[in-house]
Design a protein around this ligand. Structure first.
Ligand SMILES: Cc1cc2nc3c(=O)[nH]c(=O)nc-3n(C[C@H](O)[C@H](O)[C@H](O)COP(=O)(O)OP(=O)(O)OC[C@H]3O[C@@H](n4cnc5c(N)ncnc54)[C@H](O)[C@@H]3O)c2cc1C
Length: 368
């Protein structure tokens, strides 16, 4: 049986960030990915926003790691020449009632350590974004956008440069301990395999709980419930009417940030994501959603021509909280938490996971 130092399961942003952080010429590191391509699930199905960290509960991992991750990510992008832009985001109140919610959000952001928000009057908002309808807004200058595919490639390149190897179409089905590390078994391109590793990171995203259920010695009480929450996008054909990212107030159920407008680095505008809890993976985006999407968008962009909207893509959030439950934090489950040496499980890495990925990788390195 082959023996390595570090096995990372999953080649999304988290697995690759961990690989880039943990790999070294002295420690053999293998990243295994069940799909044919890296980033086949959530890491290629998101808004590609570098979040400033406004919304999360002060003191939570989401708040802390979003801020730390954002700074690490901007530095990484500059150093590794990953396309990105500090485009800025406007959080728009469309009524007097929403105005007071803006104040509450600004206070929350300050408690999280975000001190660069600017309150905009209606007149200033109109000057900045004439197509918008709003009574007031907050401008977040440190919010940005990133080419997430280029980011994943840069992480892989850094990991490989430090000696890591990636194997695609390779799924780990089971983890067992033999007292001297972990034995991973599964299938690789249809052939069974077994491998011994001293350290294992379960960065399986939507499938992390499934692997945890097949991890010998891990008590079921240590495996948090998984709630699949789809977020669907519509693309907008034509020139963007906006220069910034445009966000309404977050949804009352706190499951999503509201159907917002994001631009990619090519200037393409898209709207979304919405929130829809699922029983099983389903990435389809129904054409019939056009009207509800258009209605949500017209609250802040009354001039929208609905015919310009077309079903885009969707992503699925690996939530730890179900419908109506308060938002759950990231769970970076270390040996100190579950009592199994050399294993870290990453659970519930929904937004802002892309932003926080380098900071989470740092925590994983500390935990191991
Ligand atoms: C709609 C939506 C919008 C979002 N927008 C943003 C945003 O704008 N900004 C932001 O910061 N974050 C955002 N996020 C969150 C961000 O996309 C995720 O936190 C991040 O991509 C999670 O990465 P991951 O590596 O944990 O998961 P994934 O990218 O899903 O990677 C996990 C990988 O593990 C593989 N795998 C699973 N099990 C096994 C196994 N047993 N063996 C081998 N391989 C396995 C899977 O095939 C998969 O490729 C958004 C998420 C969604 C759903």
């Amino acid at each position: 049986m082959d023996s390595i130092d570090t096995l990372i399961i999953g080649a999304g942003a988290l697995g690759l960030a961990c690989a880039a952080r943990l790999a070294s010429p002295q420690r053999s590191t293998l990243v295994v990915e069940a799909e044919k391509l890296i980033g086949s699930h959530t890491s290629s199905r998101n808004s590609e926003v570098i979040h400033a960290g406004l919304y999360y509960a002060p003191g939570s991992l989401k708040a802390e790691l979003c801020l730390e991750g954002r700074e690490r990510l901007y530095a990484w992008c500059a150093q590794q020449q990953v396309a990105h832009r500090r485009i800025g985001k406007l959080l728009v109140a469309v009524s007097a009632a929403e105005h007071s919610q803006l104040d509450a959000l600004a206070q929350n952001a300050a408690a999280c350590g975000v001190h660069d928000l600017q309150a905009l009057s209606q007149a200033r908002l109109q000057r900045l974004e004439p197509a918008l309808r709003g009574v007031a807004a907050l401008l977040s200058p440190s919010t940005g956008i990133i080419d997430s595919h280029a980011y994943l490639q840069s992480l892989l390149a850094a990991a490989e440069q430090r000696g890591a190897q990636l194997v695609l179409q390779t799924r780990v089905d089971r983890l067992e301990t033999d007292g001297d590390g972990w034995i991973a078994s599964g299938s690789s391109a249809g052939e069974p395999f077994r491998l011994r590793a001293q350290r294992v990171v379960n960065a399986g995203g939507l499938f992390a709980q499934q692997l945890a259920q097949h991890t010998a010695g891990l008590a079921s009480a240590q495996i948090p419930p998984l709630h699949l929450c789809q977020g669907r996008y519509f693309s907008y054909s034509g020139r963007s009417p906006f220069q910034h990212l445009i966000y309404p107030l977050p949804e009352a159920n706190a499951a999503g940030l509201g159907i917002h407008a994001t631009l990619d680095l090519a200037g393409q505008l898209r709207f979304g994501p919405d929130t829809r809890y699922l029983d099983s993976l389903d990435y389809r985006v129904d054409e019939q959603l056009r009207e509800p999407f258009a209605a949500a968008i017209r609250r802040y962009y009354p001039g929208l021509d609905g015919a310009r909207l077309a079903p885009g893509y969707s992503g699925i959030r690996p939530k730890l909280a179900g419908i109506g439950e308060p938002p759950a934090d990231f769970l970076i489950q270390s040996p100190a938490a579950h009592g199994l040496p050399g294993l870290v499980n990453l659970f519930g890495i929904e937004s802002p996971g892309l932003t926080a990925s380098l900071a989470i990788a740092e925590r994983v390195a500390q935990a191991l």
